[in-house]
Design a protein around this ligand. Structure first.
Ligand code: GDP
Length: 221
């Protein structure tokens, strides 16, 4: 796991290579930035959002989560222009799941312009789910998202994807390393990790219950 040493406290917590670093607020003048600010505020809607590197398994996980509750109508709305990379899944009358564009080596600009702007503006965002590939562990690109969550003091949770691909030993090692990272290097990250597989559905039910709990929709009878 590539976990850089962090300076204590909030602010710019994580050192990153220039190519991956969050770009300066000069990008705030871009089309994407303006379009994000024009998105409907959905102030009365409970929001959760999923972010992760491209190919981390975000689409597969969202599909797996929804397939466990086929009785709930999920409406997808797309937005125009640069924000088309964001998907909004309205889950019945319960909450809206915001699927953020995947970030990676070639997407730091998108990330700053859309994800950062959107998350900073949304006061009704209950939790951000940050997806990390359980085989690869926390990568340099993931630090973009971690840094943002820490800097904006967003409550967030790490979800470890594709756990079916690892041996039990490798998975345990990753879980322990990431738990240590969360405990020692983060302030806003929920301590419990959610290891999941969209192939075997392992962990999906627990994650679904957690989302139901934080959105106030867990049925106890
Ligand atoms: P996204 O770019 O983050 O939306 O990632 P996708 O959901 O499209 O998945 C990227 C690749 O990983 C695809 O080939 C998926 O079939 C595969 N994948 C996604 N989730 C899992 C998983 O839980 N287990 C395994 N073995 N493969 C997965």
């Amino acid at each position: 796991m590539a976990a850089p040493r962090l300076r204590p406290g909030m602010g710019r917590l994580i050192e990153m290579p220039a190519a991956l670093g969050r770009l300066s607020r000069a990008y705030s003048k871009s089309h994407a930035f303006r379009e994000v600010l024009q998105l409907p505020k959905m102030e009365l809607t409970k929001l959760v959002c999923f972010i992760g590197r491209s190919n981390v398994g975000k689409s597969s996980l969202i599909k797996a989560l929804f397939s466990l509750a086929p009785e709930v109508e999920v409406r997808v709305s797309k937005t125009p222009g640069h924000t088309k990379k964001m998907n909004f899944f309205k889950v019945g009358k319960y909450f809206t799941l915001v699927d953020m564009p995947g970030y990676g080596y070639r997407a730091p600009e998108d990330f700053v312009d859309m994800v950062e702007t959107y998350l900073k503006e949304r006061k009704n965002l209950l939790r951000t789910f940050l997806l990390v590939d359980s085989v690869a562990g926390i990568q340099k690109a993931d630090n973009i998202a971690i840094e943002m969550c820490e800097e904006f003091a967003l409550p967030y949770v790490m979800v470890l994807t594709k756990i079916d691909k690892s041996s039990t030993g490798h998975l345990l090692k990753q879980v322990l390393e990431i738990q240590k990272f969360v405990a020692t290097k983060t302030q806003g990250c929920f301590p419990q990790l959610f290891p999941v597989s969209a192939v075997t559905y392992s962990g999906i039910h627990l994650l679904r219950c957690f989302i139901a709990t934080i959105t106030g929709n867990l049925k106890t009878n």
